[in-house]
Design a protein around this ligand. Structure first.
Ligand code: OAD
Length: 255
């Protein structure tokens, strides 16, 4: 793989980039055993993410939506970061590096990535559905499985919800601002995302408009592929390791 000229060219660009931004999606955690939302294994029972990850679905049937999250939380709790998370955690020590993730699983943080911009929130955080006066804006709850679904709010006796962003909801403005700032960069790389869900999917196009070199790593082509400077097909956990090795070789001092 490391002799691939496209890979070598991308590694050279990454090594030289003063400002490097990476957007990750569910494909990055696939090798850890976390199911993706679309494609093989993407369905839970007969539901698509779009059927469950909405405020309307939660209002209609909070128990059903929580069963889905409780299932995902149990899977993720048993998963460990893979080589892709580890490479990105190393790159996180570079000045000018920003990691934006659509993933709610927390595996980037577990691998040691600092300051992850969590575009869609965290599966390990919950909040009172009604923002009751007695409760903090959100809090961490790592209990798996949860004993009662939907879990009761300890402050008002109502119910809590996952502190994630659902379809139709607004991205946390501070996180959105960080992600948007990251589009002003030398290289913008998207990895393991179907490039279907906006506004996250728009970030790479904004980076392109601002003059960044844009690239994608995915096992298949996506709706973004044609618009990017480079679309590499491959498993992210393999391609990132190969890129990292090539970058190290490019920056290693002469013997
Ligand atoms: P998706 O499930 O839509 O897409 C995962 C992508 O990863 C697909 O394009 C796969 O081809 C690719 N993929 C799978 N395994 C891979 C591997 N080993 N290496 C490289 N690529 C691989 O996940 P996202 O794009 O993250 O939002 O989905 C975006 C959002 O839709 C999620 O954050 C979630 C979901 O609904 C909300 O819940 C709001």
């Amino acid at each position: 793989m490391e002799s691939d000229p496209q890979l070598r060219a991308l590694a050279a660009r990454l090594a030289a980039a003063g400002r490097l931004s990476v957007l990750t999606g569910a494909g990055v955690s696939a090798a850890s055993g976390v199911p993706t939302f679309r494609g093989e294994g993407g369905l839970w029972r007969t539901f698509r993410a779009e059927d469950l990850a909405t405020p309307e679905a939660f209002a209609r049937n909070p128990r059903l939506v929580w069963e889905w999250y409780d299932w995902r939380r149990q899977i993720v709790a048993a998963c460990a970061p893979n080589a892709a998370h580890q490479v990105l955690a190393r790159w996180g020590r570079r000045p000018g590096f920003t990691l934006v993730t659509q993933n709610v699983d927390g595996l980037h943080e577990l691998a040691g990535s600092p300051d992850v911009a969590r575009f869609h929130g965290s599966i390990w955080e919950v909040r009172c559905r009604d923002w009751c006066a007695g409760s903090p804006p959100s809090w961490t709850d790592r209990t798996v499985p949860l004993p009662v679904l939907p879990p009761p709010c300890p402050h008002c006796g109502g119910i809590v919800r996952p502190n994630v962003v659902w379809f139709g909801e607004t991205i946390d403005p501070r996180v959105f601002a960080r992600a948007l700032a990251a589009t002003s960069c030398d290289v913008f790389l998207t990895v393991g995302t179907s490039a279907l869900v906006y506004p996250a999917a728009g970030l790479v196009h904004e980076a392109s408009r601002q003059g960044a070199f844009t690239a994608e790593i995915n096992i298949e082509r996506t709706p973004a592929s044609d618009a990017l400077d480079l679309a590499l097909q491959g498993k992210v956990e393999e391609v990132l390791v190969a890129l990292d090795r090539l970058m190290e070789a490019a920056t290693a001092p002469e013997p």
